[in-house]
Design a protein around this ligand. Structure first.
Ligand SMILES: Nc1ncnc2c1ncn2[C@@H]1O[C@H](COP(=O)(O)OP(=O)(O)OP(=O)(O)O)[C@@H](O)[C@H]1O
Ligand SMILES: [Mg+2]
Length: 150
């Protein structure tokens, strides 16, 4: 009897789109880029160590898969196809399935929620990130794409 495929679930959405809030209500483990910043720099907002943060995320994801994790959520903005390709590649390498969850929330809503938080992303950075956002597509190698909107 074959066991079900392991799953990587890639969250895709702007800051303030509700990724971490949604993830907190799911079963299964998440790896978050902000948690890596906290581990490496004692500051989950430190944006100066991108390469180290993502090297650590990739490493932990591979370890989780090798140890048999059924589901691993990737909690990062994952705005571009290039960023998402990393996770699809690791899934294929290790025989897992990769899905995406797209937080389809208008920029204005993300900005408003963002402004209420203690850790505020500057408005011009929000605009720039919105300009980089590309909706995930099945053609990228996802087995499924779920949409979360409000
Ligand atoms: N469905 C929702 N309705 C209303 N407010 C929400 C909803 N989801 C999240 N929020 C609020 O919006 C803010 C941002 O949510 P959250 O931290 O989950 O976003 P995020 O996508 O993880 O952002 P980041 O990429 O910066 O980590 C929080 O203050 C949260 O309480
Ligand atoms: Mg978050």
């Amino acid at each position: 009897m074959s066991s079900p495929k392991q799953r990587i679930v890639v969250l895709v959405g702007l800051p303030g789109s509700g990724k971490s809030t949604w993830l907190a209500k799911q079963d299964g483990g998440g790896l978050s880029s902000d948690a890596m910043r906290k581990l490496l720099r004692d500051d989950e907002a430190d944006q100066t160590i991108h390469a180290e943060v993502f090297a650590l995320l990739r490493h932990l994801l591979r370890l989780r898969l090798r140890l048999g994790a059924a589901t691993t959520y990737i909690d990062a903005t994952n705005l571009s196809k290039r960023e998402r390709r990393t996770w699809v590649k690791i899934a294929h390498e290790l025989g897992a399935e990769c899905e995406a969850v797209f937080f389809d929330v208008p920029l204005a809503v993300c900005k408003a929620r963002n402004a209420q938080r203690t850790r505020v992303v500057p408005a011009d950075a929000m605009e720039q990130l919105a300009g980089r956002l590309v909706r995930p597509e099945l053609a990228e190698g996802f087995a499924a794409i779920r949409i979360v909107s409000n």
